[in-house]
Design a protein around this ligand. Structure first.
Ligand code: HEC
Ligand code: HEC
Length: 207
């Protein structure tokens, strides 16, 4: 009998320790654990997809100034390493939201807009972005303002009512050229396949 009492007491001490220790583990006030609001489509997406495994503080406590590539890499790591249920396209959309809201990217950046634009054809955006980046198109073009070449928005507007637009733009990208927008020459991209040309031209015409 005596021994049993001792055991019970020991268990109670143990329990009391656990109960006392539990509140100490929570060191953060709950209001920091929300994502910063944004008009970008990645905000509601991140609210849905990034809160199932851990709190938003994992995001809030990353170092400031991370680039679009770094934040997109972070979202991709969640997808690939930890099995977060998000598509490749959602990785890019969430990455853009995080890079603008927590990092060094601007909402008006061409690469942010390209992945976040609701006008862009959904399934093709990933491919188009990879091609735009892989071929340095974005060093001469932006979506919404002239760089060396015309803004893609202007190109889309110019060809909006042209039934031959897709074929013409595919050919312009493949062959390069000059004189349609000014006196600067666009280099040819002869190595692109018809599929790649079509993906790029479709993307441009939707801006
Ligand atoms: C399937 C579960 C899961 C989902 C969903 C998830 N994460 Fe994570 N996340 C983890 C794990 C596991 C860690 C590592 C935890 C640790 O090291 O303590 C982590 C850590 C992090 C970190 C800390 C830095 C690092 O790389 O370890 C950041 C930032 C982060 N997640 C962002 C996100 C974002 C953004 C999303 C939404 C796209 C997301 N997480 C969705 C599981 C998930
Ligand atoms: C070195 C700078 C440069 C690069 C790189 C470049 N462009 Fe251009 N782009 C231009 C210039 C300059 C023009 C305007 C040419 C003209 O006036 O006819 C142009 C025009 C265009 C047009 C309009 C064509 C038309 O028929 O009206 C499209 C579409 C386009 N570029 C897409 C792309 C794509 C896609 C890539 C990457 C595969 C790319 N550009 C890479 C400079 C560039």
């Amino acid at each position: 009998m005596k021994r049993m009492t001792t055991l019970l007491c020991a268990a109670q001490v143990c329990l009391a320790t656990l109960v006392n220790a539990a509140p100490l583990a929570i060191t953060l006030p709950p209001e920091t654990a929300v994502l910063k609001p944004s008009a970008l489509p990645g905000y509601p997406l991140a609210q849905h997809k990034c809160s199932t495994c851990h709190s938003a503080d994992y995001i809030n406590f990353q170092p400031p100034g991370m680039s679009l590539a770094q934040w997109t890499g972070e979202a991709r790591k969640m997808q690939q390493v930890y099995g977060a249920p998000i598509s490749d396209q959602e990785v890019n959309i969430i990455g853009a939201y995080l890079a603008v809201t927590y990092g060094s990217a601007q909402a008006g950046d061409a690469d942010v807009q390209a992945v976040s634009s609701p006008a862009a054809p959904v399934a093709k955006v990933d491919d188009a972005m990879a091609l735009l980046q892989g071929n340095a198109c974005l060093s001469c073009h932006a979506i919404d303002h002239k760089v060396v070449g015309p803004a893609y928005h202007e190109v889309a507007a110019k060809y909006a009512s042209d039934p031959q637009a897709l074929a013409k733009i595919m050919s312009s990208i493949q062959n390069g050229g000059t004189g349609k927008w000014g006196s600067i020459t666009m280099p040819p991209f002869a190595q692109l396949s018809p599929d790649e040309l079509k993906t790029l031209a479709t993307f441009v015409l939707h801006q």
